[in-house]
Design a protein around this ligand. Structure first.
Ligand SMILES: *Cc1c(COP(=O)(O)O)cnc(C)c1O
Length: 412
């Protein structure tokens, strides 16, 4: 464990490959192949039945992907990790595994755009209901849970609202009603946040963000802490009779994942594996930059408000410190006079880049209302509550003085 948090970077760096490499390569090679060959029909049968740990076909498993998953396990403490093609694939696969027609998901409407759309539009057509509530109001969340609730879902810090739910309290009420807590932890990685300490049962991550390290690739992760008793799940109860707390991972690994087919490419697993090695370094530097920039933005007259949980006067400061330490990631938002001023500001930037994505090494700015939420009808825009004078900034690794100067010149 490092002083900075829970990151076990040493564990990651010293972790051996799943098998000794034939050439002694020190970085896990990219096994860029679809299929694996066998000496005998018997060996092939055993591989297909999962009896000899051998790979058969890359949609199902792959050595480079396996090495990456094992490193994520070492870093996070999760009992089972599955890497998939994107953050959205991670969320979709989780709900394909635990939801069913007639089930409901209790969550906040303040969600990443595609998660909102998956719950409200896509899953609805398969008979799954989303119950939006104020995730900060524990008694309201409690009142929405019933015997058909398949999960309470929350982002650990909502994007772009930057609200911080009390995870321990959410886990407590969910578990009291025998419902798992599923959390999207994309915004704060394991260096500063350990899901299992706060009662999260299943964690999803868009590894496109912090983990890929330099925005090299799209990826997602599903982490199972094996803390939930799946005999209480309508979907998994039968399986749970024989496989207990491993039911989720078994259903996901042996059926849902391979049927949905959103497997991560070995090349992507290679990039993200490299990203893991510098994750703590980048997270700490970006977070420090972000905190300093947030403090600076508060002193700039043309900026109407600044939202960052690391600021002492932020309403979520205390809960944020308790859950994530004093550097809750590198995303902040701020507001200018109106939509027009935001557009003018964006257009004048020279160092900060105009792009979506989070936690690239480069700082990125976006106007969420016109982009991420741009295609929503006015009715749904009111539900997600993203004002049109709000800008989101993902703070990168540039020199902090250059970022300050760029913002000042763009406000002129
Ligand atoms: C980006 C993001 C996602 C989706 O991840 P992709 O890798 O783009 O599919 C989900 N949740 C959060 C909080 C995100 O920021």
């Amino acid at each position: 464990m490092s002083d900075e948090g829970n990151c076990t970077i040493t564990e990651v760096l010293k972790k051996p490959f799943p098998q000794k490499d034939a050439y002694g390569a020190i970085a896990m090679p990219v096994y860029a192949n679809a299929a694996f060959e066998f000496e005998t029909a018997e060996d092939m049968e055993a591989a297909f039945l999962g009896k000899n740990g051998k790979h058969t076909y890359t949609r199902i498993s792959n050595p480079t992907v396996e090495a990456y998953e094992q490193r994520v396990e070492a870093m996070s403490g999760a009992k089972h990790v599955m890497a998939v093609a994107s953050g959205m694939a991670a969320i979709a696969n989780v709900f394909m595994t635990i939801a069913s027609s007639g089930a409901n998901i209790v969550t906040s409407p303040h969600l990443f755009g595609n998660t909102f759309s998956l719950f409200l539009f896509t899953l609805k057509e398969f008979g799954v209901e989303v119950r939006f509530c104020n995730i900060l109001d524990i008694s309201e969340v409690n009142s929405k849970i019933d015997e058909n609730t398949c999960a309470v879902f929350t982002e650990i810090i909502s994007n772009p609202h930057l609200e911080v739910a009390n995870l321990t309290a959410l886990a407590e009420i969910a578990h009291k009603k025998n419902v798992p807590l599923v959390a999207d932890s994309t915004i704060v990685p394991w260096c500063a946040f350990n899901s299992a300490d706060f009662g999260v049962d299943i964690e999803v991550v868009s590894s496109t963000k912090y983990i890929s390290g330099g925005a090299t690739s799209i990826g997602g992760l599903i982490l199972d802490y094996q803390t939930f008793d799946w005999s209480h799940s309508k979907r998994l109860a039968t399986l749970a009779k024989t496989t207990g707390k491993q039911s989720f991972q078994i259903k996901l690994r042996t059926e849902i994942g391979r049927n949905m087919g959103a497997s991560i490419a070995p090349q992507t697993a290679y990039f993200q594996n490299l990203g893991l090695e510098t994750l703590a370094l980048r997270f700490n530097s970006m977070s420090k930059n972000c905190l300093e920039l947030a403090r600076f933005l508060k002193t700039v007259p043309k900026i109407e408000s600044v939202n960052y949980n690391g600021l002492v006067d932020n309403p979520f400061y205390e809960i944020s410190c308790r859950q994530f330490g004093n550097t809750p990631g590198a995303m902040l938002t701020f507001s200018l006079k109106n939509r027009n001023t935001c557009f003018e500001f964006i257009n004048r930037l020279k160092t900060i880049r105009r792009a979506t994505n989070l936690f690239d090494n480069k700082s990125l700015v976006i106007h969420p209302e016109s982009t991420i939420y741009g295609t929503l009808t006015p009715e749904y825009k009111r539900l997600v509550e993203v004002p049109d004078n709000l800008l989101r900034l993902s703070v990168g690794l540039e020199d902090i003085e250059d970022l300050k100067a760029d913002i000042l010149q763009a406000l002129k």
